[in-house]
Unconditional design. Structure first.
Length: 240
């Protein structure tokens, strides 16, 4: 059976994984590997959002990038039958107008800090965000912690600064690496960018399995006490 080994690993919790509704924002070097991991792990309801087309410079790190000039979401829809696609540029306006309430978790694999801030303010309780994965060589340094506890990464530092400037006082889980940048230009290594995506997927499955169901919630996963959907009123929690 296709998912037999996943069922063996997760036991009764595998049913939760199959029922989860996941929104994945950005399907580049990080997001495409997160998608592959979610799909192979049995998540049935995945919606991907991206507007970009494949360029030859993507071929060192992005799944589907052999299809040069084609829309990423269209290629991945063919490679992963059953997923849903939204072709859209994820910017502040899109975030403000989009309804996140149907989804259990929102995975942020984009690199626009302004859009990341808008996401945090809109749906922090269900957000898992990837920070800077470029210019690094060592996937064993990847960490997952509160955005406020990230360190050693210039991109995460910039994001924290923008969050403070915006008045955001909530919290969300961030995937980051304190490894110092190895270059000044846009260097990247699939061993790290892909591992970021796999970490994003792993923490998603962890949240799906560990968080308690609540039939009164607008999604199938209960939020922590005090959290409200699509709100900035999320409570800081170092245990995220």
């Amino acid at each position: 059976m296709r998912y037999e080994r996943c069922r063996t690993l997760f036991g009764e919790d595998f049913a939760k994984i199959q029922k989860a509704k996941i929104l994945l924002l950005g399907v580049g070097g990080v997001g495409s590997f997160a998608l592959d991991c979610l799909y192979r792990s049995g998540v049935r309801d995945i919606t991907i959002v991206d507007f970009d087309t494949y360029d030859i410079t993507n071929q060192n790190r992005q799944i589907g990038s052999e299809h040069l000039g084609q829309k990423k979401v269209e290629v991945l829809e063919r490679l992963y039958p059953g997923i849903k696609k939204i072709e859209a540029k994820i910017d502040n306006e899109w975030v403000e107008n989009f309804d996140f309430s149907p989804y259990d978790l929102v995975l942020d694999a984009i690199d626009d800090t302004k859009a990341k801030v808008a996401l945090a303010k809109k749906c922090a309780p269900k957000l898992i965000s990837a920070t800077g994965s470029a210019k690094k060589c060592d996937p064993t340094q990847i960490r997952a912690d509160s955005i406020w506890k990230t360190y050693g990464d210039p991109f995460a530092k910039k994001l924290r600064s923008e969050l403070k400037r915006s008045g955001f006082t909530g919290d969300f889980l961030a995937i980051f690496s304190p490894e110092p940048p190895r270059c000044k230009e846009k260097g990247s290594f699939v061993g790290v960018t892909g591992a970021f995506g796999l970490a994003l997927c792993a923490k998603t499955l962890e949240k799906i399995v560990n968080e308690t169901r609540n039939s009164h919630s607008d999604t199938s996963i209960q939020r922590r006490e005090g959290d409200t959907p699509d709100s900035t009123r999320s409570q800081k929690s170092s245990s995220q």
